[in-house]
Design a protein. Sequence first.
Length: 102
Amino acid sequence: MTKLSDLLPAALSQTGVLRAARAQIVMRDWEEAVGPVLADKTTPDRFESGTVWVSAKGSAWAQELRLHQETVLARLNELAGERGLFKELRVGVRPPRVRQLD
């Protein structure tokens, strides 16, 4: 059996792993990125290859977030300290997943 301590250095040397971790940290501050009104109506679900998948509580809120996509992406990248980490928002209308408290 392979030990985690043997796998960890190789995993951390991959930039994709570090970028995904950075994206997850930034998405925890969703309200700071989108503001309190949109944060109340939308929730980031996941990050994959530059795309943030977001749940919205209704079609109007999904559209509102899409209209502000450029600003939101710029703010997310600013919070991450890495230009180009966040490239696209995909917004769907569905009940947001329950956010776990840290």
